[in-house]
Design a protein around this ligand. Structure first.
Ligand code: B3K
Ligand code: ZN
Length: 880
């Protein structure tokens, strides 16, 4: 919990470590309440550091010290000091290596923060990133101290038959007192944030992988016994990821064993500990009847992400936590490429951009905005953000666009070769890309340092007599905290041109001609001239979303409908539909505000009709073309967010489309509806997605026919995608069987925690009346548990982040509810608590009444006693 004034850590203050730890020998006598930790640290002075100091400061928190010795000599109380955050040994040998031996005790069962060593159900496990190792024992807990770990785990053999740590198993045996031991050794030096141990009654699902150089790797997934039948997809995903990284980046796995353990209690998705990944069960377990198609995709994505970290993160790690995006942005980019290759690149790109624009753009436009490489933090756990991850991935993607696939690969090869075994910076990454390609990315570096989402304003002029198109692009970037003035960025803008008949026009610029070009925008304003155009072309700009920017370009509804029909760039085709819908919805909102009757423009109906009647190989893509922009995306476009008007206008559009295109929706539903289970090829996934999109539209009609369709699908579904989509159609309409359906779903899945999470989230995000009362009742449901992050996210997270209409109720009850929960969570699990506060961070975007109510709750949070650093930082920065 918080000291009086929490300290801010600055990037500019970085200094290399004064000591290095070459090796650690760690012994754990594991017990749920009283775990004994013994460590021997082999230290020496860092030859690169020339400070005069003779003291040694090791980080440690909430530890009970039993003894400490230097070179075998026990220290007297006067030889060292223990503070709440450190152990300071007053004098250590300077001229030669030395060993510090420490014995301490910890209580995993009392650790509800889920950082360090903790208990999840009956298993013991660790989470050390970013700074959890210091809750296990005293250490130089910083990523630029890389150490070889030897670990011995000792525990009761009945209670903890499986004992795992990083690297290779070196030995095992029984002890006389019913306990046993297992020894582990990791040959690769690593920062302590990559340390892990697991102990428990776990079943192992095993397989193998033969690497490109012919080495055999054992693959093991550990789960509780009742989950053994839900590991096949994760295992296949792992093998796919291993192969993909070999083929795409030439990177091979290095140890002989790769283990994944699934745990119920986990603060985030998963953790890339060397050779021993620990995963939230949500990203491992899947069976066709329990997991949806999107769960299947997420599992493959996260398994890939953690696996890819073995190189981008583990073999080459971060010098300090300000460099977090070095491993996270790069690894997200890699997992996005992987998922795109595995499924549909078009659909994956759209989904990623959609998430970026609704969530990261909001972060970038609010009080918590920070650069991809932040400059200061109070609590580093607060910086595992959408900006560091998703915008960081966009920055890497732009480098990929600028260099092309081959150039990018050459750069990555050099980066991994040059820095293998090192802890480096974002600068080192760019430098390797530059050196390998003989290019210079000077201005591009600003993407790492400058926060905020740039805005491109585009105007065009067609000169008929010269047959030229002049395209002027201006860039600007709004001020963000501590960055009032922005510099111009290097922005790659992909562009294509369409003839009036929809065909591709050649893009000619001076002597270059191609079907598509990447413009290098580097000035605040630049004009690009395209030649030899007998008629005015339609411009398709920012293809593939080639840069994370907002685009302001005037377009008529007709032009957008034209692009929706003809653009050959799959991203921009979808984007045209989104912009069309946005313009129409905003028009309707104005009508609402002026008391005018609502009417849907025929352009929209025709455009959707043509998508419905089009022929698509990729049905998932067709379904995406029919998805209206989300309320949160629309909110992001408004100066003052009007949640009710957004909701009403969007619902009106959806209902009107359903009414006018009912026959088409019904026909497509019938065409794609199959009774299929367990089939996850792209065809089946696409059919389900398309069919369920139709069902969602039809459920807006509130008619007997649609109710019947939903009930039938709900009752006969043999896969979770269909069952859940049907339940959603029931819950989000006035379906007469709502209560029964929810009840029967609950009874059917009571034993499957991950399915019950869906049940909570679905109810918490309903926009229908009485949802707040339902949420309050669900808080008292026996299956609700504040100590299980997945459950908290399913109920409190879904309500505050996916239910704008009810969370932002005018009377402020939603805000008060959230603040109440934040204060409870603050005591139990600060990381989860601070994630929940972000629901209030955007308060300045709302009307004055709501602003006042949200602000009041933030102030209440900041004023409360015992505030964790995590919550304090987010709440106070939100108010600043
Ligand atoms: N590296 C971990 C995240 C750790 C979060 C610490 N609060 C998972 C990942 O990004 O792969
Ligand atoms: Zn990661």
């Amino acid at each position: 919990m918080r000291e009086a004034t929490p300290k801010t850590v600055y990037l500019k203050d970085y200094t290399p470590p004064e000591y290095l730890i070459d090796e650690i020998e760690l012994t754990f006598e594991l017990d749920a309440e009283r775990t004994l930790v013994r460590s021997h640290l082999s230290l020496r002075r860092n030859p690169q550091c020339h400070s005069e100091c003779v003291t040694l400061e090791l980080q440690g928190e909430e530890l009970e010290l039993l003894s400490v010795a230097v070179n075998g000599e026990k220290l007297a109380d006067t030889d060292f000091v223990i503070t709440p955050e450190a152990m300071i040994i007053r004098r250590v040998p300077q001229d030669k290596a030395f060993v510090v031996s420490i014995e301490n005790r910890i209580n995993p069962a009392a650790n509800t923060a889920l950082e360090g060593l903790y208990l999840s159900s009956s298993m013991l496990c660790t989470q050390c990133e970013a700074q959890g190792f210091r809750k296990i024992t005293w250490f130089l807990d910083r990523p630029d101290v890389m150490t070889r770990f030897k670990t011995t785990l000792i525990a009761d053999k009945n209670r903890y038959p499986v004992l795992l740590s990083n690297g290779n198993r070196t030995g095992q045996g029984d002890l006389a007192d019913g306990r046993h031991w297992v020894g582990w050794q990791d040959p690769f030096a690593k920062p302590c944030y990559l340390f892990a141990l697991v102990a428990g009654q776990l079943e192992c699902v095993a397989d193998e992988f033969i690497t490109m150089s012919g080495r055999r790797i054992e693959l093991e997934i550990f789960v509780e016994q009742h989950n053994v039948d839900k590991c096949a997809h994760a295992m296949q995903s792992l093998k796919n990821a291993m192969r993909w990284d070999e083929e795409t980046y030439g990177l091979e796995y290095d140890l002989d064993l790769y283990m994944i353990v699934a745990v119920d209690h986990f603060n985030m998705g998963a953790m890339e500990n060397k050779g021993l990944n620990i995963f939230n069960t949500k990203f491992v377990l899947a069976r066709p009847d329990t997991a949806t198609d999107s769960d299947y995709e997420h599992i493959e994505g996260v398994i890939g992400h953690e696996y890819f970290h073995n190189w981008s993160g583990n073999r080459v790690t971060c010098r300090d936590w300000f460099q977090l995006s070095l491993k996270e942005g790069f690894t997200v980019f890699r997992d996005q490429q992987f998922s795109g290759d595995r499924t549909s690149p078009a659909v994956k790109r759209i989904e990623d951009v959609n998430a970026l624009r609704t969530r990261q753009f909001a972060e970038d436009a609010g009080p918590l905005a920070h650069p991809v490489r932040p400059e200061a933090y109070i609590e580093i756990n607060n910086f595992y953000t959408l900006t560091v991850y998703e915008k960081g991935a966009e920055v890497v993607r732009m480098l990929h666009t600028l260099l092309g696939s081959e150039g990018f690969r050459k750069g990555c090869d050099l980066y991994f070769k040059r820095h293998d075994g090192q802890a480096v910076t974002c600068e080192d990454f760019i430098k390797a890309l530059e050196d390998a390609n003989g290019v210079e990315f000077g201005q591009f570096r600003r993407w790492y340092a400058q926060a905020g989402t740039p805005l491109l304003t585009v105007t065009q002029h067609y000169a008929a007599d010269a047959k030229q198109l002049h395209l002027t692009i201006q860039q600007s970037c709004p001020p963000t905290p501590n960055q009032p003035v922005k510099q111009a960025l290097h922005i790659p803008v992909k562009l294509g041109l369409l003839n009036q008949d929809g065909s591709t026009a050649t893009v000619r610029m001076r002597d270059n001609s191609a079907t598509e070009v990447t413009l290098n925008l580097t000035e605040t304003e630049q004009t690009f001239v395209f030649e030899d155009l007998p008629t005015q072309p339609v411009v398709s700009l920012l293809r593939g979303f080639s840069a994370p920017v907002n685009l302001n370009m005037e377009r008529s509804l007709e032009e957008l409908a034209f692009l929706l029909r003809h653009d050959s760039d799959t991203f921009n085709r979808w984007e045209a539909g989104q912009q069309l819908a946005c313009q129409i919805i905003f028009g309707l909102m104005t009508d609402l505000q002026n008391g005018r009757a609502l009417q849907l423009d025929e352009v929209m109906i025709d455009a959707y009709r043509s998508v419905l009647s089009g022929s698509f190989d990729d049905l998932s893509y067709q379904a995406l073309l029919l998805a209206l922009p989300e309320e949160s995306y629309l909110a992001g476009q408004m100066a003052v967010i009007d949640v009710d008007a957004i909701h009403q206008a969007r619902e009106f559009v959806k209902t009107t489309l359903a009414t006018r295109l009912r026959t088409e929706f019904q026909a497509l539903y019938a065409q794609h509806h199959r009774d299929e289970s367990g089939c996850f090829d792209a065809g089946a996934v696409g059919r389900r997605r398309m069919k369920n999109t139709c069902l969602s539209y039809l459920s807006k009609l509130e008619i007997e026919d649609s109710y019947r369709l939903a009930t039938q699908q709900f009752q006969t579904a043999r896969n979770m995608t269909d069952q859940m989509a049907a339940l959603a159609a029931i819950v989000n309409s006035y379906h007469p069987n709502k209560a029964d359906s929810l009840e029967s779903f609950y009874r059917q899945w009571e034993q499957e925690a991950l399915v019950i999470d869906k049940w909570f989230a679905l109810q918490a995000s309903s926009s229908l009346p009485n949802t707040f009362a339902t949420v309050q009742a669900l808080m008292r449901h026996p299956a609700f548990d504040m100590k299980t992050p997945n459950r908290v996210r399913a109920l409190i997270g879904a309500f505050s982040q996916a239910n704008p209409v009810h969370f932002h109720a005018k009377n402020g009850e939603g805000y008060q509810f959230l603040a109440d929960q934040v204060l409870v969570l603050n005591e139990l699990n600060p990381q989860i608590a601070s994630r929940m506060v972000t629901g209030l961070a955007q308060w300045r975007r709302y009307d004055p009444e709501r602003q006042a109510l949200m602000k009041q709750q933030l102030q209440r949070i900041v004023a409360s006693e015992h505030l964790s650093k995590d919550v304090y930082e987010i709440a106070s920065k939100s108010l600043a």
